[in-house]
Ligand binder design. Structure first.
Ligand code: PGA
Length: 277
């Protein structure tokens, strides 16, 4: 540290009371070092890219609900580019934002682009519609359609945990309409919510993607409700200014090319969706 101070010719730290803080010169040096490390990291990726996309790594961070769509995308991408290794971290929205800040992964799949918290590029690539779901035979499934939103708000409701993007989207809609859901239970997983809905503990609002495996003819029904579906999109997100590896660039292109295929699959799952797209 002494040598560094001598080389720079300025104090790098100052003591204020008991606290030691970097001086302006210290902060400049820190920012320059950070840029240098980033440049070297980018150079490493560029050199790997010149060797071709036959071998590479793709680290994906996805919000919990995207776990219904990201593995299939990775599988189809992997078929096109065998030899690429994948890792996928699944967390809720708040945790994914933290991972973006720490640049822990190459790309992120999110349902709502962060604004303010972190500066990002976001590329939309597929629909993520949210619908009201009820157990088969629930009184609301037999009520006149579309079911008014206040009737949904009055029915015992299973809510996702704070930090969930899905929760954020439907609470905003309820608030805009001056309503509040009648929360019966909070659960931090879509799968737990599906089981709780099927068991008759309440109704909920989930992405249609969450029914991809069992379909809409099972124990859970999609309700036609006013102001629904909430039409959201999936986005591929990365920190603005970050150099994307060739593998990551190809994955962005590939995901965008899958949009129609994903839409067709959603419509097959819930044909009424076609009316709203
Ligand atoms: P989540 O999904 O509710 O699993 O966090 C994120 C989103 O749809 O924004």
């Amino acid at each position: 540290m002494k040598k560094l101070v001598e080389a720079v010719g300025l104090p790098l730290f100052e003591q204020i009371g008991k606290e030691i803080r970097p001086t302006d010169g210290g902060q400049d040096l820190y920012a320059a070092c950070r840029d240098l490390f980033r440049t070297f990291e980018n150079l490493e990726t560029q050199i790997a890219d010149r060797k071709g996309i036959r071998r590479g790594k793709l680290r994906l961070g996805v919000v919990t609900t995207a776990k219904y769509i990201a593995p299939e995308l990775l599988a189809a991408f992997g078929e096109k580019f065998p030899g690429i290794e994948f890792s996928m971290k699944v967390s809720n929205r708040d945790e994914i934002i933290q991972r973006i800040k720490n640049t822990e992964d190459d790309l992120y799949v999110m349902g709502q682009v962060p604004t303010g918290e972190v500066d990002v590029e976001a590329i939309p690539f597929a629909w993520n519609p949210l619908t009201v779901m009820a157990p088969r035979g629930h009184p609301l499934t037999m009520a006149e359609k579309p079911v008014p939103l206040h009737a949904v708000a009055e029915t015992p409701f299973l809510i996702r945990e704070p930090g969930s993007g899905t929760r954020h989207a439907y609470l905003r809609l309820f608030a805009e309409k001056g309503l509040k859901p009648n929360v019966a239970m909070e659960l931090s997983s879509n799968e737990a919510i599906k089981h709780a809905v099927a068991s008759g503990l309440g109704i909920s609002i989930l992405s249609i993607h969450s029914l991809a495996l069992e379909g809409t003819k099972g124990p859970i029904e999609i309700l036609e409700v006013e102001d629904f579906p909430i039409l959201r999109k999936w986005y591929l997100v990365y920190p603005r200014g970050r150099f994307l590896s060739l593998t990551a660039q190809k994955f962005v292109e590939f995901s965008a090319s899958q949009e129609q295929f994903i839409t067709d699959r959603l419509v097959k799952l819930w044909p009424d969706l076609a009316k709203y797209l």
